[in-house]
Design a protein around this ligand. Structure first.
Ligand code: IFM
Length: 467
């Protein structure tokens, strides 16, 4: 490993409230396949929608792509050693569909699957639990050519692919997440066009939402039906905490619509077995109908062992006929800045929103354990003359957000784990490599990894918890 200084213990740091968390709490770090692996055409991998999208002029900052990324495909054993060196007990990563099932159909590609078998073996040998996400946005291009997620058939193709992965890894992996952030796949990919495949078709985005959720339901049931050892099934949603700017009926309705399209459109079918009637009505007013068939909602509402929560910021909404910032279909919503510090992504740092969100989930959707599957911040880090990366803003971001998690646990939310996003700097989608979310700095010219101060801080926190 060409990484760096091992984490060292320092003088006492403020306790964020760790005593409120259960003793078997999972502390992890997270990544995803396209963002770190590189090796885009090695060992039989075929292009995903992101390989294609990255080639569209202007789609990604600097026309960056994932061809090399963090070269993790080749450096995996050193990267796993680095993860284990942090002292975390779980690693969340995703499987590249076009690596294990090239072209999105047909038999498994043994060479692609071997990579994940070796990764899982390395993790287990070092006492780190693998936490698999089956889909983190890298749809095989051929499936997009046949309609992508707006086509119902893609949900069934997803189930076929998941079976191949389970056959290879099911005996050794306990934690399975079906989808990462279906709102992003559907809305950013098919309505807004700022993510792959770059389509701007609101009706297609609504269909994609339904078929992603259907795919989740098919895979969740299939994972359980085919399991030979006990497993746990979940889904990860990017959920935000939402408030209205005032009690004005217009602002309250802006809140209802924004929260409906971003949060409830996913939470309700998964955890209550029905789409929220008000959101369905909002969509229908825009001429958009979710393509629900008999039995779909029962299929989607499979029991969840955990709900994965990705939290980055909070949103306050106001009605504004000239704006369209509601994170979904329909205009007339403005987000109201709270005057907080912002990360390099421009996202306000509002940890209190994470407490409110977790408490709300426990109240409105009781009975499902929560795991924070992503939380973190991008800052413009640089290697200092002393060879270290000093990132006090990220340390404070993690400290304040972990304290927010502890406060939610104190208020009764059932929270089982926390994964920092991200293990290392990586390909930040439309932002390319200019945004750095890592605990570990990556020099893309040399692939040198350097633990940032935040990595050392996180490692000490985990150690303190385990004592
Ligand atoms: O990098 C992404 C990740 O892939 C999904 N959740 C949000 C992160 C930061 O934008």
């Amino acid at each position: 490993m060409n990484s760096t200084t091992a984490p060292t213990a320092t003088a006492a740091e403020p306790d964020p409230g760790l005593a409120h968390l259960p003793a078997d709490f999972l502390w992890g770090v997270a990544t995803s396949s396209y963002q770190i692996e590189g090796a885009a055409s090695e060992d039989g991998r075929t292009p995903s929608i992101w390989d294609t999208f990255c080639r569209v002029p202007g789609a990604v900052v600097g026309q960056h792509n994932g061809d090399v990324a963090c070269d993790h495909y080749r450096r995996m054993p050193e990267d796993v050693a680095m993860i284990a060196g942090l002292g975390v007990n779980a690693y969340r990563f995703s499987i590249a569909w076009p690596r294990v099932q090239p072209h999105g159909r047909g038999p498994a590609n043994a060479r692609g699957l071997d990579f994940y078998k070796r990764l899982v073996d390395e993790l287990l040998a070092r006492g780190v639990q693998p936490w698999i996400t089956l889909y983190h946005w890298d749809l095989p291009q051929e499936l997009e050519d046949m309609g992508g997620w707006p086509a119902r058939d893609t949900a069934y193709r997803f189930a076929d692919y998941a079976a191949l992965v389970q056959t290879a890894l099911g005996d050794r992996v306990e934690h399975w997440t079906t989808l990462n952030e279906p709102w992003c796949s559907a809305y950013l990919g098919y309505a807004e066009g700022m993510h792959a495949p770059g389509r701007r078709e609101p009706a297609a985005a609504a269909a994609a939402t339904h078929h992603l959720l259907l795919g989740h339901g098919l895979v969740a049931q299939q994972l359980r039906d085919r399991a030979t050892t006990p497993l746990k099934v979940g889904i990860t949603l990017n959920l935000s905490d939402h408030l209205a700017a005032s009690d004005d009926p217009g602002d309250l309705d802006a809140l209802r619509r924004a929260d409906g399209i971003a949060n409830r459109l996913y939470l309700d079918p998964l955890l209550r077995g029905a789409y929220p009637a008000d959101v369905v009505a909002d969509l229908e007013r825009q001429g958009i109908k979710l393509p629900v068939r008999d039995g779909d909602l029962e299929q989607i509402a499979q029991p969840l062992d955990t709900l994965g929560v990705n939290y980055y910021s909070h949103n306050t909404y106001a009605a504004d006929p000239r704006a369209d910032e509601g994170g979904g279909y329909g205009a007339g919503i403005r987000t109201v800045p709270q005057g907080a510090e912002r990360t390099a992504m421009g996202w306000e740092v509002l940890p209190e929103g994470l407490t409110r969100l977790l408490v709300r989930l426990g109240r409105d959707y009781p009975g499902t354990p929560l795991v924070i599957t992503e939380n973190g911040a991008a800052y413009d880090d640089e290697v200092a003359p002393d060879g270290q990366v000093h990132d006090p803003l990220r340390v404070e971001y993690f400290r304040s957000h972990i304290a927010a998690v502890c406060r939610a646990a104190e208020q009764g939310a059932d929270i089982r784990g926390y994964f920092a996003w991200s293990l290392m700097d990586n390909f930040e989608w439309a932002e390319g490599y200019r945004r750095r979310f890592g605990l570990v700095h990556v020099d893309y010219a040399t692939q040198r990894r350097t633990l940032k101060d935040s990595a050392q801080w996180y490692s000490r926190l985990v150690e303190r918890f385990s004592r």
